[in-house]
Design a protein around this ligand. Structure first.
Ligand SMILES: [Zn+2]
Length: 466
């Protein structure tokens, strides 16, 4: 919509709105912000008609009855009055479409710089993890989101935040009541939707999510290789129908892509495997696709394994020996690795770490941090009662010492330099500890030492330059 053309719509309650900027375009229409009211957005459908208006009214009534409590999903507020077809929805401020993170604006001088300014790899992984969690919760409530696309997933404008918010909720469906009708945003519809073989379901949601995730991380579309981008429009159709190999297919090179961030810079081994599963075996076999819970786990593990380069700010996996930006290549900095295990007091003595089937300590999660970016472990990681994603333990590297603080008021944390021997209680004020010898670890027990609880083992690894 050209900026100089003012367009107004009204709702059936008499409210009048001036359309401002399009946030995104989906399968059926576009969503606009509303001039003078940042808490409202307008969904305007392409085609008008009484039949379509009635269908939309019924859908909105259904969405209003759904259990969306606690989920960051916009609710419909009111229907638009004729001649328009659409509705008014809630919006929260300071959010922008995730599309801003998946392709640089035209004319941008350096894709690398644009990627870094968007929060780099670490923030992209965190945002995608949050989105995967939301979609997983939607599926867990027996619902299907319907049309995940870069235009209806909003992310916080603040780089420190990984909040997401879904709009365009009229596509929500009950998974127990599959509906016919083809609806998807071009580029994000699973092949079986594009071909009209099925309606929307949790596995079509998973496909759309996987495409968005791949684009956000690598800045290229998983199905659009050079052969498609340089070919006839029919090639694109074939790609979206699942008739071409995906761009990183391990053996079929017909659809390779010369664009995008090198995968080794942004995909962990687990993420690379999960994408391969989604776009190779899972492309035309929905049951083989990773579900949203698998995505959430893979993305969370990946985000917690990233370090931020102290020289250039690019974030990368701590398994790499140096910053992967060839223009920087600074050796990996000194960093702390926190592994979370389970402490069992059921035996004799001080208790011990629970062992896994391979006779090694059972690890329930891990995180890394550096001198510039402290480690933050959440209540969820530490197994605290409400399992919220709030930070409960902060660990900083301070020269030769490790400083730690407990930010969970309801949890007693004690610190030991030898497993099982508590020496000091952690408080909200940061306390510094010195490791007893090189290669030793600090143990933070989360919860009463007399009960089964989680324990965090913190080890320090010298930088690759040392
Ligand atoms: Zn660097």
């Amino acid at each position: 919509m050209p900026a100089e053309v003012r367009q107004y719509v009204a709702d059936t309650n008499g409210g009048r709105y001036e359309l401002h900027r399009p946030i995104g375009r989906g399968g059926q229409g576009a969503v606009y912000t509303c001039k003078g009211n940042p808490r409202i957005a307008i969904k305007l459908n392409h085609a008008a008609g009484d039949g379509q208006s009635e269908v939309l009214r019924q859908r909105m009534a259904m969405v209003k009855r759904m259990d969306l409590d606690g989920l960051p999903i916009s609710r419909p507020v009111a229907m638009l009055a004729r001649p328009h077809v659409g509705y008014v929805m809630e919006l929260i401020t300071d959010m922008e479409p995730i599309s801003r993170l998946l392709s640089p604006p035209s004319g941008v001088a350096s894709v690398k710089e644009w990627y870094r300014k968007g929060g780099g790899l670490r923030r992209r992984l965190r945002v995608l993890h949050r989105l995967a969690r939301v979609l997983s919760s939607v599926h867990g409530r027996g619902l299907v989101y319907g049309d995940p696309s870069p235009g209806n997933v909003l992310v916080s404008q603040e780089l420190d935040s990984d909040d997401v918010y879904l709009i365009d909720s009229d596509n929500l469906r009950y998974s127990s009541r599959p509906e016919k009708g083809i609806l998807f945003t071009p580029g994000y519809g699973a092949p079986e939707l594009v071909l009209g073989h099925t309606g929307m379901n949790t596995l079509t949601d998973s496909h759309a999510f996987a495409v968005i995730a791949f684009q956000v991380l690598t800045v290229c579309h998983p199905l659009l290789g050079d052969a498609v981008l340089d070919g006839e429009p029919a090639m694109e159709e074939m790609a979206f129908q699942g008739r071409l190999p995906w761009i990183d297919h391990p053996s079929d090179t017909h659809n390779r892509c010369r664009h995008g961030i090198p995968r080794g810079m942004v995909l962990s081994r687990v993420l690379a495997t999960t994408f391969e599963q989604a776009f190779n075996a899972g492309l035309n076999s929905p049951a083989d696709r990773p579900g949203m819970t698998s995505w959430a786990e893979a993305l969370q593990t990946a985000s917690r394994a990233t370090l931020v380069c102290p020289s250039c700010g690019w974030s990368f996996y701590f398994t790499g020996a140096q910053c992967p930006d060839p223009d920087c290549a600074r050796p990996r900095p000194r960093h702390a690795i926190a592994t979370v295990g389970i402490w069992d007091r059921s035996g004799s003595g001080q208790g011990e770490l629970c062992m896994g089937p391979n006779r090694r300590p059972l690890i329930v999660g891990s995180s890394v941090g550096s001198e510039t970016h402290p480690l933050s472990l959440t209540r969820e990681q530490l197994g605290l009662s409400d399992a919220k994603p709030e930070v409960a333990l902060v660990v900083r590297l301070e020269g030769a010492r490790i400083a730690a603080s407990c930010t969970a008021a309801d949890c007693v944390m004690t610190v030991a330099t030898i497993p099982g021997s508590p020496i000091r209680e952690l408080t909200e004020a940061s306390q510094a500890f010195r490791l007893t010898s090189p290669g030793s670890s600090l143990y933070v027990h989360c919860g009463g030492i007399d009960t089964r609880h989680r324990v965090v083992r913190i080890s320090v690894k010298e930088g690759a330059e040392s």
